[in-house]
Design a protein around this ligand. Structure first.
Ligand code: ZN
Length: 406
């Protein structure tokens, strides 16, 4: 099966993950797809093992005695809970420019004005949705690409390779992907996630991330007799917010800039809660941001009384750069693999996290490579067929480059 056929098959499986679920994997649909993939891998002659948590590991044994680094490729089984992934009706459009009508009845249009990068795809075949679901290219394009590359390697006896390890993992979209990932059982020394966007993407840096829950206690009494007694937590929340630069926020930052993001505020006189997330690429300024939160807490408590403001900070994930840097050949090889496929690598930091970040800290350095899709997590998601084919080529090139390295 070629990469497109595989992709069209895999998106038919509803594998949306669910952050409110306590089970592992969070949804059973992921298990159904994992079982099918296990069968396909075994049919290709690989050893495959699916554990009860929904982690599918497989190994294609080396066909040479040469000592070659144990290379892994990863993709995730689940799709984002942001939009339904049930009854996905993919459609292939030969893109000639302009808008793409996704759904005539509901008047859902993928507009080139809203998505200026569309023009890069003129002349390519795009797989699009019918506007009622996401597509699931994140990350079934990655799954299909790895599978197609493996199939092609297996079928070509001349293709010399070392041990190749494959992992398809659950619950990436709810941040639990690597939680039960047994790096030792997997077997690879280094790996790539195939979970990026447009062709050329090569990522080995991501945010350091923390959440901050700010609780502000007030004192509510009858407004008629409130003088010098009432403490309105809403106004203290305003004081809290005003300690932070209005431009130091997601909507005013890009590239290597970090931010404070006030995600939610819920309050009344008695109590106000603010939910922040903190993001920064650099360790020192990341720590500085967390400290700033504590400093504001302290100064407001000095003003309004001890215990008025409490800030609870939790680290979420770290920049993988630190863990990848000692293995920079990973990035160099990926660049070379892309250039061999006629692709110009786009090396940019991820303004978010990836499974690879957590895995890098678990001892499996893991940069991220493109899948060829865009507009993930929503109905405007699409993937380029030519882009998926390029990804297959890059994966094969990587296997070859590793096999030829000393
Ligand atoms: Zn993904």
């Amino acid at each position: 099966m070629n990469v497109l056929e595989r992709f069209l098959k895999y998106v038919k499986y509803d594998t949306m993950s669910d952050e409110n679920s306590e089970t592992i994997p969070t949804t059973m649909g992921q298990m159904v797809l994992a079982k099918e993939l296990k069968k396909e891998l075994e049919e290709l002659g690989l050893e495959a093992n699916l554990d009860e948590n929904g982690y599918l590991f497989a190994k294609l044994a080396a066909n040479t005695d040469k000592k070659i680094k144990k290379l892994g490729f990863l993709a995730h089984l689940d799709t984002s809970p942001d939009m339904s992934g049930k009854n996905v009706k993919p459609r292939i459009v030969k893109y000639v420019g302009g808008d793409i009508l996704l759904n005539e009845e509901l008047n859902i249009i993928l507009k080139d004005n809203d998505f200026p990068s569309l023009k890069e795809y003129i002349g390519q075949n795009l797989v699009v949705t019918d506007g009622t679901t996401l597509l699931g290219a994140d990350d079934k394009a990655g799954v299909a690409e790895i599978m197609a590359a493996i199939e092609s390697i297996v079928e070509n006896e001349e293709f010399i390779h070392g041990d190749i390890f494959i992992a398809f993992t659950p619950d990436e979209e709810v941040g639990r992907g690597p939680h039960k990932f047994d790096v030792e059982a997997f077997g690879a020394e280094i790996a790539y996630t195939i979970d990026g966007g447009p062709v050329g993407e090569l990522q080995f840096e991501n945010f350091n991330a923390a959440s901050a829950k700010v609780k502000i206690k007030g004192r509510n009494v009858h407004p008629g007799t409130a003088k010098d007694i009432m403490i309105n937590s809403i106004f203290i929340a305003k004081d809290f917010m005003e300690n932070f630069d209005r431009n130091d926020t997601p909507e005013h930052t890009e590239k290597y800039e970090g931010f404070f993001h006030l995600n939610e505020i819920v309050g009344d006189v008695e109590e106000t809660n603010l939910d922040y997330i903190i993001r920064d690429f650099f360790e020192e300024s990341f720590e500085g941001r967390k400290q700033k939160m504590k400093d504001v807490e302290k100064s407001l408590n000095e003003k309004y009384g001890e215990g008025t403001v409490t800030v609870e900070i939790k680290d979420q994930y770290q920049n993988m750069k630190k863990m990848v840097e000692p293995h920079m050949y990973l990035v160099d090889y990926a660049r070379a693999a892309m250039e061999e496929a006629g692709i110009k690598p786009i090396v940019e930091p991820i303004r978010g996290g990836t499974d690879g970040a957590q895995l890098s800290y678990k001892g499996l350095p893991c940069p991220n490579l493109f899948t060829g899709g865009e507009n993930y997590h929503g109905k405007f998601e699409f993937v380029s067929v030519q882009g998926m084919e390029k990804s297959v080529e890059v994966i094969k090139n990587l296997v070859r480059i590793f096999a030829n390295a000393n």
